[in-house]
Structure formats: C-alpha cells, structure tokens
Write a protein that binds this ligand. Structure first.
Ligand code: AP5
Ligand code: MG
Ligand code: ZN
Length: 217
C-alpha cells in the first residue's frame, strides 16, 4: 500500500500515520521527522533545514525531493509506505509520481485529514513529544497520565521549537498558499479521500481504517 497522509499543520497526520504504519507493517515517512533528526545530528542537511523550519517556511523542493527519493529506494519501502507531510507542493507531487513510476508502482490512496483552521493553532501549541520514542501527546486532547512523562516509555516530553502561536500562524499561511492546492490536484486522481479530523483521535482512526479497507495495492 502506497499512501499519502495529507493535512494542515497540527491536523493529526503524525498521530494517525503512526497507527496505520504499525497496523499494516509499513514505514511512516515523515519529512518533518527526517529534518528534525538531521538538525539534532547537526548534519549539513540539518543546518540548512533548520533555517526554514524555525521560520515556518518550506524547505526548498530540490532538498526535500532528494531525501524522499533516497528514502523510497530503501528495502523497507518495498511493501509500501505511508508518507506524512510530503508532498507539500505541486512540484513535490509531480516528482513523487515520477519516482514511483520509475519503480513500477503508483499511489494507492491519498487521505486528507480535514480540520478547521481555528482548531489548528491550539493543537500545535499544546503538542508535546517524547524525547526517547517520539510519541505525540497533547496537554488537553491527549494528555499523558503523568505530566511531561511519556506513557509508553517513561521518557521526557518536550515542545517543538516551531510550535509557538506565531510560527504556527506562519506555517498555516504557507499551507494555504503552497499545499492546499494539492487537494484539487489529487481529487482529480480518483484515489482521494477526506476524513473529518475534528473528531476524537480514535474516531478519526476508525474512519481512516474504513477508507483503507477498500484500498487496493
Ligand atoms: P512537519 O513536522 O511535517 O509539521 P506539519 O506539517 O506542520 O505538521 P505537524 O507535525 O505539526 O502536525 P501533524 O498533522 O503531524 O499533527 P499531530 O499528529 O502531531 O514539518 C515541519 C517543518 O518541516 C515544516 O514547517 C517545513 O519547514 C519542513 N518540512 C516538512 N515536510 C516538508 C516538505 N514536504 N516540504 C518542505 N518542507 C517540509 O497532532 C498535532 C497535535 O494535535 C498533537 O498534540 C496531537 O496529540 C493532537 N491531535 C491529533 N489528532 C487530534 C484529534 N483528532 N483531536 C484533538 N487533538 C488531536
Ligand atoms: Mg507531524
Ligand atoms: Zn516515549
């Protein structure tokens, strides 16, 4: 299964993609997570990505397409994958089609988690992430049993540097201008599905699984 999980910043892509990846045994490919890992390691890619990420801007297409091209060539993607946060521009979407075509495969489904703009800032600002295992929480909507401690592994929770109200605003405006046009792009493909992301996390997962039941290859 070759899947794309689309949605605005804070819509719940990562939360849902992690569950689908686990259930179907396919890798979750989050370009945001890949950039954050590179920043942490201090690689040249990380240094370049950091400038854009902290400003809430998109990392340039040629850089992003390059890392996805390399990632999709890895063995663990042979049985499928779920892309989380890629593509985000029409150029990236066109490049993805070419990469898959060259591999003799195509997309199975593009799922958009739709959440009203006014809810997204609160989701971003309240998000907390585990330093050890990467699990995602929310101070109000998905709180850990013990404040700032991961339920899954006991790790310490932290807040992403770009999860301030100000940078969230910027990310949302970049989403509107550069990424929202992809909805029409994929609607024409016949493999597009939209899910109401305003519902509780578990209900969103249920709707997502219902869509995936009818997806082939
Ligand atoms: P990235 O890390 O992808 O950030 P994003 O797209 O802004 O999305 P988020 O990770 O913020 O949100 P999400 O949809 O994953 O939501 P989550 O599940 O965590 O990208 C970061 C940066 O990297 C970009 O700004 C850019 O600079 C760069 N980048 C990445 N990809 C790029 C690309 N392709 N091209 C160029 N640049 C790129 O949920 C959010 C919160 O809400 C959590 O706290 C969660 O617990 C909570 N929540 C989830 N679902 C629900 C629900 N149903 N109800 C209530 N709360 C919920
Ligand atoms: Mg995410
Ligand atoms: Zn953890």
């Amino acid at each position: 299964m070759q899947l794309i999980m689309m949605g605005a910043p804070g819509a719940g892509k990562g939360t849902q993609a992690a569950k689908i990846a686990k259930k179907y045994g396919i890798p979750q490919i989050s370009t945001g997570d890949m950039f954050r890992a590179a920043v942490k390691e201090g690689t040249p890619l990380g240094k370049k990505a950091q400038e854009y990420m902290s400003a809430g801007k998109l990392v340039p297409d040629e850089v992003t397409i390059g890392i996805v091209r390399e990632r999709l060539a890895k063995d663990d993607c042979a049985g499928g994958f779920i892309l989380d946060g890629f593509p985000r521009t029409v150029e990236q979407a066109d490049a993805l089609n070419e990469i898959l075509k060259a591999q003799g495969r195509s997309l199975s489904s593009v799922i958009n988690i739709s959440v009203p703009l006014e809810d997204l800032i609160e989701r971003g600002v309240g998000r907390r992430i585990c330093r050890s295992c990467g699990a995602t929480y929310h101070v109000k909507f998905h709180a850990p049993a013990k404040e700032n401690v991961c339920d899954a592994c006991g790790g310490e929770l932290y807040q992403r540097g770009d999860d301030t109200a100000e940078t969230m605003q910027k990310r949302l405006s970049v989403y509107e201008s550069s990424t929202r046009p992809l909805i029409d792009y994929y609607k024409q493909s016949g493999i597009y599905a939209e899910i109401d992301g305003k519902q509780k996390i578990e209900k969103v997962t249920e709707d997502l699984e219902n869509v995936l039941h009818s997806v082939k290859g």
